[in-house]
Design a protein around this ligand. Structure first.
Ligand SMILES: Cc1cc2nc3c(=O)[nH]c(=O)nc-3n(C[C@H](O)[C@H](O)[C@H](O)COP(=O)(O)OP(=O)(O)OC[C@H]3O[C@@H](n4cnc5c(N)ncnc54)[C@H](O)[C@@H]3O)c2cc1C
Length: 373
């Protein structure tokens, strides 16, 4: 059975990226349908930690645009988030997985362990040095997904969720077709792939190679702590394969949100992963290990080799916005906005988007990994 979706654009993937894309397209008047195998956020988006720390220089324009969109979203929906940044403390301590991978940040203030403990008294003596970043905010993934879904639907997006895994095929004059396991086909003239870790498998049958690797991660939520954390806390070394490191912040009810872990998607996570995350957190913030875990969440971070997303046209009528790694909240809404600019330019018959957008898009092109560096 063929079901024309009757839309201008079909967006596949109801995570933070696809929801943002649908919202931004629909609010400017496009007829949009959002499709997903499951419910909104059921990929990586509801599993995330929810830290908005400054990313690498290449992603900063996307991050800044995301912050502006979150401010707008919060004003419209009441979504809780840090409208003003409490800032980030980037911590150095013995026991880090690979100190050669310590992160650097422009405009950071270098602090001693004592200075860090003055700012954040809950930090223990193992923290020897660190950086203070003016930026760094907290967002609650479930609240962000809920707000984006409400805004996308409120702007007229048609929701087709719970469809089970879809395949993508060319559909001649109809554009593109999503095919369900039972053979039902949904067609649309233009399609955006915002499928996170699922993008690789979706695009491979079309001969579109995406060197996406997925890294699993776990987040723990605790009961209210008997102390406060005023900043976003992040270890200087994060993301080393098969490692855990401290990522922490406090929610308004006093509970702690603790990460992080990085394991290849095709390897089992250690049975005692939660204990390992707690132990590392306790080394840097003593007392954490005594807190009761009230919830756990997690998912797959979809990484491209240069750790930047694809925001591009992949083929006529087919667009992609995926590969946000561990920074889908940081860069996702901003990259959706950039993609919408590209869609608008092509819809208007303009050959290319505005010069500023073109310069940005150049860093996120599909197939850039094929080119000699
Ligand atoms: C443990 C952890 C902590 C994180 N912490 C942070 C953080 O603090 N800050 C931050 O910015 N980022 C963080 N991230 C990263 C962030 O969660 C992701 O980058 C982001 O959620 C990716 O969003 P997405 O919309 O691209 O993908 P997803 O949320 O995965 O959405 C993709 C959707 O596409 C659907 N889909 C895929 N393939 C198909 C198919 N074939 N058919 C039908 N539907 C399909 C899936 O069902 C899914 O709903 C974290 C991630 C993890 C795992």
């Amino acid at each position: 059975m063929v079901t024309p979706l009757g839309c201008d654009v079909a967006v596949l993937g109801a995570g933070v990226v696809g929801l943002s894309t649908a919202w931004l397209l629909a609010r400017q008047g496009a007829a949009v349908t959002l499709l997903d195998s499951g419910t909104a956020g059921s990929g990586a988006s509801l599993g995330a930690q929810g830290q908005l720390v400054p990313p690498s220089p290449e992603l900063r324009p996307l991050w800044q645009r995301s912050l502006a969109l979150y401010a707008e979203l919060a004003a419209r929906t009441g979504m809780p988030w840090d409208a003003e940044p409490p800032g980030t403390l980037v911590l150095s301590a013995p026991g880090a997985a690979d100190t050669s991978r310590a992160r650097t940040f422009p405009d950071a203030e270098v602090l001693t362990g004592e200075e860090l403990r003055t700012l954040e008294p809950a930090l223990g003596p193992l923290v020897t040095a660190g950086l203070l970043l003016f930026e760094g905010r907290r967002i609650e993934p479930a609240a962000a997904v809920g707000a984006l879904l409400a805004e996308a639907a409120g702007a007229g997006t048609a929701l087709r969720l719970g469809l089970g895994p879809l395949r993508l095929e060319e559909a001649g004059a109809s554009g593109w077709a999503f095919v369900r396991a039972d053979g039902e086909r949904f067609t649309a003239p233009r399609v955006v792939i915002a499928a996170g870790a699922g993008a690789r498998a979706l695009l491979a049958p079309l001969g579109l190679r995406v060197p996406l690797t997925s890294v699993s991660g776990r987040v723990l939520v605790t009961e209210p702590a008997p102390f406060t954390l005023d900043h976003v806390l992040a270890e200087s070394v994060i993301g080393v394969p098969r490692s855990v490191a401290l990522l922490a912040h406090q929610t308004p009810d006093g509970g702690l949100v603790l990460g992080g872990s990085w394991y290849p998607h095709d390897e089992a996570e250690p049975d005692d992963l939660a204990e390992r995350i707690l132990r590392r957190a306790d080394e840097l913030v003593p007392g954490v290990e005594r807190l009761r875990i009230t919830a756990q969440r997690g998912g797959l971070r979809p990484f491209l080799p240069d750790r930047a997303p694809v925001v591009d046209r992949l083929a006529p009528g087919l667009y992609g916005c995926f590969g946000h790694g561990g920074e889908g909240y940081i860069a996702g809404p901003g990259s959706a906005d950039l993609l919408v600019g590209l869609l608008n330019a092509e819809q208007d018959g303009r050959a290319a988007p505005a010069a500023e957008q073109q310069a940005l898009l150049a860093g996120f092109r599909f197939g850039r990994w094929k080119e000699p560096t």
